[in-house]
Write a protein that binds this ligand. Structure first.
Ligand code: E4P
Length: 218
């Protein structure tokens, strides 16, 4: 399973990339706004930190505008993935960009039917939003399961399922059990994966006993 981090905060990305476990980054217009920085500058910096796919989202809503913005975004670095909304124009832009060999991430997916459209358009990634579906009383993880089941029926679908809007470690664990190819995690959720109180208590006990031995490992 690949781990992406869902942020445009480059200090966080640098810190998390040090683990060697970070496979990519996703951003969206809200995250760029939160960073307070210019999209081209911040995406270029992120692409210099992480070798894997870095999603940068178009802001245009019409096909021609999306294609113009995609041309600008893809020039930033070879690992830029153009993120497109799941609309008729977004799917059309996805199909064209796929034909040009550009990586794409189709975002704001809330139904299996939408995921089928993205796969038919050759999207590199489809981003179903687990947490936002849960927020409105629908089954976010059920959507991940449905998409994986459908895609498995069609070997010609190469689109990877990128679980997005992941809110806590249980979401991540359930997505992994289902076989999602990728999860994009907010930095705090990625850090939470390390935590268990028994690890902390166990380590404390081992260190206390070790100190009693007076030994050093050298
Ligand atoms: C996906 O790529 C989005 O950036 C993100 O996962 C949305 O998450 P949110 O619902 O927590 O805003």
């Amino acid at each position: 399973m690949k781990f992406f981090v869902d942020t445009a905060d480059t200090a966080e990305i640098k810190s998390l990339a040090a683990s060697g476990l970070l496979d990519g980054v996703t951003t969206n217009p809200s995250l760029i706004a939160k960073s307070g920085r210019k999209i081209l500058e911040v995406v270029a910096e992120i692409c210099g930190i992480v070798e894997g796919p870095v999603s940068a989202e178009v802001a245009a809503t019409d096909y021609e505008g999306m294609m113009r913005e995609a041309a600008v975004l893809k020039r930033i670095a070879s690992n830029v993935t153009v993120k497109l909304p799941l609309t008729p124009d977004g799917i059309r832009a996805c199909k064209t960009l796929t034909g040009e060999g550009v990586m794409t991430n189709v975002t704001l997916c809330f139904s299996p039917a939408q995921a089928i459209l993205a796969a038919k358009a050759g999207a590199t990634f489809i981003s179903p939003f687990v947490g936002r579906l849960d927020d409105v009383g629908q089954d976010g993880l059920g959507l991940i399961a449905d998409i994986l089941e459908i895609y498995a029926n069609y070997p010609s679908f190469t689109t990877e399922v990128l679980a997005a809007s992941v809110r806590h470690p249980i979401h991540l664990i359930e997505c992994a059990k289902l076989g999602a190819h990728v999860a994009t995690l907010p930095p705090n959720v990625l850090r939470m994966l390390y935590n268990h109180p028994l690890t902390d208590a166990g380590l404390k006990g081992f260190l206390a006993d070790w100190a009693k031995t007076g030994q050093t490992i050298a």
